[in-house]
Unconditional design. Structure first.
Length: 278
């Protein structure tokens, strides 16, 4: 079983957020102790994510639950994803939160899968531009979809943006030299917005160039111009890469795709069926 990306404390907060003062309808109808069962099914093909968290939500609500697939599974329409049993109070307490979480995470995972397939065999790396507060589950969804993380935050990689360079008053070669001295075990990535910038920073010793909003044709031209000077930095296509044009970037010479597109993918539909027991 894939580990939960969210702690019990975080999952419990989600339950309290939805049921802060009891379930007024279930309690008013006197259904709390009635026993039931429910099933989650895929409504349409999807890459599944969040099933482990959904199962745990039902358990924390007082029901028993089990998953029939794991995060990362690619399923067809109608596939059984999980089932849960318990009191009506427990099932209703967790149902909508678990469903929504799975739909959202599976949407990201499915978006990542589509892009990974389109860009194969080049890896797809998803940026840190996830919705604030969703990093743990967003990262799980990206990896469930077959992509990798571009960077988890600001703490572990060197990526020099134009916004950093606004504050520098030294030549690019001096910037690269300072970073190499300060962080000798790290590769130095520089984001560039033009072919001339790419040449300048490659000549200065950058290991990786992140080509921001280059067209495939512009990326190819940049790669050839760099090669003509004996410069072979890793070229990363960033900005504007979609499922329908990813293969063009790969053909142009991109060694990796950097994107935040899967984070805005449409949620996948999870159908919920309830059954009365006894």
């Amino acid at each position: 079983m894939s580990p939960c990306a969210l702690s019990d404390q975080a999952l419990s907060r989600l339950l309290v957020e939805d049921v802060p003062f009891g379930d007024l309808t279930t309690e008013s109808l006197g259904l709390q102790s009635r026993l039931g069962r429910l099933e989650f099914h895929a409504r349409g093909a999807m890459t599944v994510c969040g099933v482990e968290e959904a199962v745990r939500l039902f358990e924390l609500a007082g029901a028993s639950a089990c998953e029939f697939v794991l995060s990362g599974a690619v399923v067809e329409d109608g596939a059984l994803l999980l089932s849960a049993e318990g009191s009506a109070a427990a099932l209703h307490r967790a149902w909508k939160t678990a469903q929504t979480l799975m739909e959202w995470a599976s949407g990201i995972a499915s978006g990542a899968t589509a892009l990974v397939r389109a860009a194969a065999p080049v890896p797809v790396a998803c940026t840190r531009k996830n919705a604030p507060g969703t990093k743990a589950l967003s990262n799980k969804a990206i990896q469930a979809g077959g992509a990798i993380m571009h960077r988890l935050g600001l703490s572990e990689t060197l990526l020099v943006f134009a916004e950093h360079r606004r504050f520098l008053d030294e030549p690019p070669s001096a910037t690269i030299a300072r970073l190499q001295t300060r962080q000798p075990e790290k590769k130095i990535v520089v984001e560039v917005a033009s072919e001339d910038e790419a040449l300048t920073w490659a000549r200065s010793g950058s290991d990786v160039l992140q080509l921001e909003k280059f067209t495939p044709a512009a990326l190819s031209a940049c790669r050839m111009r760099l090669a003509a000077e004996g410069l072979f930095p890793v070229l990363v296509a960033a900005g504007g890469v979609r499922v329908d044009n990813a293969a063009d970037y790969v053909a142009a010479g991109a060694a990796m795709i950097a994107t935040s597109a899967p984070y805005s993918a449409a949620p996948r539909d999870v159908q919920v069926q309830f059954f009365s027991v006894g």
